[in-house]
Design a protein. Structure first.
Length: 69
């Protein structure tokens, strides 16, 4: 099993944040913006193909450096 762990994404959920909260969260992200849903979807799609046949038990962090491990 592989998993995708996105950071902030422009969705209806993130629309509930105040402007100050958005500003503070964007400071933590290297590109200075929230991800687009399509960017996350592309990674999920690729994991669902035969291309990553030797990837197993992997967690893909899609947060642009906001939550480093």
């Amino acid at each position: 099993v592989n998993c995708v762990c996105p950071g902030w994404v422009k969705t209806s959920m993130s629309k509930g944040l105040s402007l100050e909260q958005v500003k503070e969260e964007k400071k933590k992200i290297l590109l200075g913006r929230f991800a687009e849903a399509e960017e996350i979807a592309k990674t999920i799609f690729r994991l669902g193909t035969d291309a990553p046949e030797y990837i197993n038990g992997f967690c893909v962090d899609l947060n642009n450096g906001a939550f480093p491990r």
